[in-house]
Design a protein around this ligand. Structure first.
Ligand code: AMP
Length: 408
């Protein structure tokens, strides 16, 4: 379907033609009809997908239906000054033949020209929360006629600490309004904010590349760094027949994890760039031919190499580069086979998980481990050196205060 066939104002169509926008992008195709109908939208989409025009086109059309120019009816909140400028420009481009006025509002520059522009009348305001909050506090903003609120890059706004500003501002807006919520990534914090301010939204999740094969069932579990080996041990013991490929961050960790598995009676092959090429080939052959069912490796093995019948990929550590995630999990579920992948995610690795979700455009499923099973997994390890070590530490902690007392 082409823009020419959409029921939108001819003045908008004219500018789209000038901009060279003939057909909607995926996000535009999915979002425009709902926004035109006045529905709330919750969209997970990255920059580059055409998301700005996905809201700017239908919002401009809605504003034009009620010819009430120079009244602030659309507020776009964005995290940064650069984005405010960029989005204001897109709105201006799209509305250039309509008479709607657009203003970009952000900190780091004098307030007076902005206050002057507001006084002259603005239809669409694209603003960072900080400056918006300041001007609203000083009484320069009339928010009573806002019909559409757009939050763009909401995840980035939360990262920058704008949650309170956003909440305060939203409270000042009319409750009867349309809310469009855009974020590149989704997590619990974003969901909480989103579901507080949108009503019965249409949910649009873009997977521009959705690079993970449909044959791979991939999930993550929250496991702290020091506990990961116990969970690997459990996974391997529960699947004695499975061929498992484990990815770790460094060569040293590959050797350590292999040693930890050997301590609990699980044989492991190790492969990384510190090994001779011939060794690496031998290891690969051995794994490929099934002489050993467990291979622990760094990303040297993530790309390209085709190992048949890998049942399970474990991201023991998350990769630094999101694209490596796709290469890693792509080692299973090859051809028409199905495969499984699990990532062990520690607290410190949350930003890496966010980056992977942004890159893949998917919300990776979480496999919940309840507190009791977590405790049992750690307690039931056969890794005795660890127990001894823990015992020693506990004993040391218990005797420490007594020693101090003696001294004093
Ligand atoms: P955005 O994701 O909004 O930053 O847009 C990414 C780029 O896509 C921008 O350079 C837009 O000008 C361009 N763009 C957006 N929509 C279309 C379209 N329908 N046809 C061609 N280019 C587009």
């Amino acid at each position: 379907m082409k823009f020419a066939q959409y029921h939108i104002d001819p003045a908008i169509k004219e500018s789209l033609e000038e901009l060279g926008f003939r057909k909607p992008t995926d996000i535009q195709y999915k979002a425009i009809p709902s926004i035109l109908k006045g529905e709330d939208v919750l969209a997970i989409a990255q920059t580059g997908t055409g998301k700005t025009a996905a809201f700017a086109i239908p919002v401009a059309d809605r504003l034009l239906r009620k010819r009430q120019l120079n009244v602030l009816r659309c507020l776009v909140m964005v995290p940064t000054r650069e984005l405010a400028v960029q989005i204001a420009t897109v709105f201006r481009d799209i509305t250039r033949h309509t008479g709607l006025k657009v203003l970009g509002l952000f900190g780091g520059v004098g307030q007076d020209p902005q206050i002057g522009a507001l006084k002259n009348g603005v239809d669409i305001l694209v603003a960072t929360p900080g400056r918006l909050f300041d001007l609203s506090h000083q009484g320069h903003l009339a928010l009573a006629h806002i019909e559409v609120l757009i939050l763009d890059e909401a995840d980035h706004m939360l990262d920058l600490g704008f949650l309170t500003d956003i909440n305060d501002l939203v409270r000042k807006l009319p409750t009867r309004r349309q809310t469009l919520f855009f974020s590149a990534t989704i997590n619990e914090r974003i969901k909480e904010l989103a579901y507080r301010i949108v009503k019965k939204p249409i949910r649009i999740q873009l997977s521009p590349k959705d690079p993970v094969s449909k044959n791979v069932d991939h999930a993550f579990a929250r496991i702290e760094m020091d506990d990961k080996r116990f969970f690997l041990e459990k996974l391997l013991k529960e699947r004695p027949e499975a061929k498992v490929l484990v990815f770790v961050r460094t060569k040293l960790r590959a050797d350590r994890v292999a040693a930890a598995m050997q301590r609990v009676g699980i044989d492991a092959l190790v492969m990384h760039s510190g090994k001779e090429q011939t060794d690496r080939l031998k290891v690969l052959t051995s794994f490929r031919e099934g002489q050993s069912r467990l291979l622990i490796t760094t990303d040297v093995n993530a790309r390209g190499i085709d190992i048949p019948d890998v049942d399970y990929v474990v991201n023991y550590d998350l990769p630094d580069h999101p694209e490596s995630y796709v290469h890693r999990v792509g080692r299973t579920g090859r051809g028409v086979k199905r495969g499984e992948a699990i990532s062990f995610v520690s607290k410190e690795e949350q930003p890496l998980l966010d980056a992977i979700e942004a890159y893949t455009g998917t919300d990776i499923k979480e496999r919940n481990i309840d507190t009791e099973s977590y405790r049992l997994t750690v307690a039931e390890t056969e890794d005795t050196p660890n127990d001894n070590w823990r015992k020693l530490l506990e004993e040391a902690a218990a005797t420490e205060p007594k020693k101090r007392k003696k001294k004093s």
